[in-house]
Design a protein around this ligand. Structure first.
Ligand SMILES: [Zn+2]
Length: 303
């Protein structure tokens, strides 16, 4: 990426993930919190889903952060669903998604109920977001890099209307609530992204020495055990695993526990690999999506 001219900072893409909502609210009322950090770029603030924020719910009719694939944006169906209309509106304001988008960088602030610290989700191997995120893993405790590669036009996430994006997932925080220390750390993190953008635009960030990072790359989502597809869930996250995001899970380790106390073990992957690193363990918003956790593979890289 060359110069970053237009940046969008978003909160409330999920209406009950209140760190981003509070951050955008505070910055709208106090522009001094952000408008001097990256003088070489234009920084805009936006509430992703105001209607869901009002309801203090993730969404009203449909998950907004699953409505930004090109197919969804082009569709003329679903006009009665608020979030599909809102996605098209946001795409018009900050996109259009694709090579001619107005937005160079989108920072979308989310929360998770999982024990994921400051999780920086990269959807592409973009040189700025890689370098800046690597720097932030050195500056902030409990900061992690999750790489979720996806073809951009197919990806349903808001961030993908921009040329580059970071989805910042902060937890553990109960949805619908705020946590002061999480808020303060998140604000500092987003402010640092803006300062590092300024460093990038001056050509300085690029010259920093490579940084060793652990990269957690999406492998697959894992659903809850069920008697048949569509049945109610038949087991819970195992207590030995709950809260242990980013920890290695080996074949034979405890994965779920049934309601009558039986352990269900991890059996390894179909390709014969025997270790994964689960994240989003027990995320409350994913019960409806039948995701018990996301399985990743950990690698060490120089960024
Ligand atoms: Zn979210």
């Amino acid at each position: 990426m060359t110069t970053i001219k237009n940046i969008v900072v978003a909160g409330g893409t999920h209406g009950n993930e209140r760190t981003g909502v509070a951050l955008v609210q505070k910055w709208m009322e106090n522009p001094g919190c952000y408008n001097t950090l990256c003088p070489s770029a234009n920084v805009q603030l936006v509430y992703g889903n105001p209607e869901a924020m009002r309801l203090n719910r993730r969404y009203r009719d449909h998950d907004l952060n699953r409505a930004f694939s090109q197919v969804c944006l082009d569709s003329t169906a679903d006009v009665d669903q608020y979030e599909f209309r809102r996605a098209r509106e946001l795409n018009k304001l900050f996109g259009p998604k694709g090579a001619n988008t107005k937005t160079d960088l989108l920072l979308d602030v989310h929360n998770t109920g999982s024990n994921m610290g400051l999780c920086l989700i990269l959807s592409a191997r973009d040189p700025f977001t890689m370098k800046a995120s690597a720097v932030l893993t050195q500056e902030f405790e409990d900061t992690w890099i999750y790489y979720q590669p996806e073809e951009r036009s197919v990806s349903p996430y808001f961030g993908t209307v921009a040329k580059a994006d970071v989805c910042i997932e902060i937890g553990p925080q109960q949805h619908g609530t705020l946590n002061a220390s999480i808020f303060e750390r998140s604000e500092k993190l987003v402010q640092r992204y803006l300062e590092l953008t300024e460093e990038w635009n001056r050509g300085q960030l690029q010259t920093r020495a490579p940084i060793k990072v652990d990269v957690y790359t999406q492998l697959r989502d894992l659903g809850y055990p069920k008697a048949w597809a569509g049945a109610p869930i038949a087991a819970m996250i195992h207590p030995d695993l709950d809260g242990h995001d980013y920890c290695e899970l080996k074949k034979g380790d405890k994965l779920f526990r049934t309601f009558d106390g039986k352990d269900i073990l991890y059996e390894g992957e179909a390709d014969g690999s025997t270790s994964v690193w689960p994240i989003f363990i027990n995320e409350p918003a994913y019960y409806e999506k039948d995701i018990a956790m996301s399985l990743t593979v950990k690698t060490e890289e120089m960024w």
